[in-house]
Design a protein around this ligand. Structure first.
Ligand code: UD1
Length: 363
């Protein structure tokens, strides 16, 4: 008799996090394990460039189910995911629902499963930015409040959970599956087609997609101007997330050294970061990747749920005032950025650790 685990993925950052778990479970299955997964794509991200390309490049099998939720307001998207996942679980229940990260799909599936008494495991549990204006923080709090088990990326995440009353026996400090994917693909990175035109190692990478940074066209334009000027003539490669594109279209005086490109597939994006002078971002995951690659990273946010990227890694929090960019970029361009080290257990073996624990737990 097989033991069925649902693995949930919905949005771009989820795909890098599930890949090593799927690969580790597949290896165990070949060795006779009874654990079998059902890959559930919620459909939160649906563009090829936001979803399909990642499955192909990372060798993730086709999803077994696509819930087809699509875009919408926070509540509409949550409702669409919940009703579709509930139908699936009622038709064919699983023994566990495994969710990763902090996107709307994570929270929606965790709650739906737990209400049907399907236990929930949260990979990357325990992260806290303490900033309730971020939808991801609400997702993290809601998911963790009703998860049975936590696979954590840092000791701080475990401390956060213990402070909220979670018993030690439910917390497993296993490391970072996103970094498993990074290390597994280092030899496969490939330059995007436009890179032949790039000054080798002499450009910056920019990503911005948080509503707080991009939804107000005026603030967004001021931030872009500060990046363009601070880069001091260097080229800035800007892969543009679909929500950001809408704001870009409203800007008249777009800085000429900022080059907008399509959202990049995984192997191309990491290639761009690895060969850059530094990254300017409002993403959380990229701060982790930059840390492991040893690439300077500036985060345009007031807080982070990933403090180790600042305390140990190459990341610095600049806040959202564009004035902070110039002095930071001056330090970077003068070669004065901190070097950083790699956080504990970000070693490429997290997927295997998680699969071993799941088997112990369920079989
Ligand atoms: C989501 C995550 C965020 C993550 C980001 C990475 C939540 C709350 N946020 O934000 O944590 O960092 O993904 O990409 O889950 N769109 C498309 N095509 C797509 C997907 C989205 O055009 O394939 C457009 C739609 O207009 C949509 C908008 O982008 O309304 C935002 O998408 P959504 O999934 O709501 O949130 P993200 O901003 O992508």
């Amino acid at each position: 008799m097989t033991i069925l685990i649902d693995i949930i993925a919905g949005a771009r950052p989820n795909f890098m996090k599930i890949a090593p778990i799927v690969h580790a479970l597949a290896q165990r299955r070949r060795a006779g394990s009874r654990l079998q997964w059902r890959l559930v794509h919620t459909g939160q991200h649906y563009d090829r460039r936001m979803s399909g390309d990642f499955f192909t490049q990372l060798g993730i099998p086709e999803p077994d189910v696509n819930l087809g939720a699509g875009s919408g307001t926070q509540a509409r998207q949550t409702a669409a995911i919940m009703t579709a996942y509930e139908d699936l679980l009622m038709a064919k229940p699983s023994r566990m629902c495994l969710v990763v990260g902090d996107v709307t799909s994570t929270m929606a599936c965790a709650i739906t499963a737990q209400k049907l008494q399907v236990p929930v495991a949260h990979v990357e549990g325990g992260l806290r930015s303490r900033d309730w204006s971020m939808p991801e923080e609400i997702n993290r709090l809601a998911t963790d409040a009703i998860s049975n088990w936590f696979f954590t990326t840092s000791s701080t995440a475990g401390d956060n959970l213990r402070a909220e009353g979670v018993e030690d026996s439910r917390i497993f400090f296993t490391g970072n599956t996103m970094i498993d994917t990074l290390l597994a693909n280092m030899d496969r990175l490939q330059p995007p087609a436009f890179a032949s035109d790039l000054p080798a190692g002499d450009y910056l990478v920019l990503t911005l997609h948080r509503p707080a940074n991009v939804d107000d066209a005026g603030d967004f334009a001021r931030m872009l101007r500060a990046v363009g000027e601070g880069a001091d003539g260097k080229r800035v490669i800007f892969p543009v997330h679909p929500r950001t594109r809408k704001s870009c279209e409203l800007i008249d005086d777009f800085p000429s050294n900022i080059h907008m490109v399509e959202p990049q597939p995984y192997l191309e994006f990491i290639w761009l970061v690895k060969h850059s002078l530094g990254v300017i971002t409002d993403s959380g995951g990229i701060t982790e990747e930059a840390t492991v690659l040893g690439i300077p990273c500036m985060t345009l946010r007031d807080n982070t749920e990933r403090p180790e990227t600042v305390e140990i890694g190459t990341n610095e929090l600049l806040g959202t005032d564009p004035a902070a960019l110039r002095p930071a970029l001056e330090r970077l361009l003068a070669g004065q950025w901190k070097k950083g080290a790699i956080p504990e257990k970000w070693d490429g073996k997290t997927g295997a650790r998680i699969a071993a624990i799941l088997e112990d737990m369920l079989d």
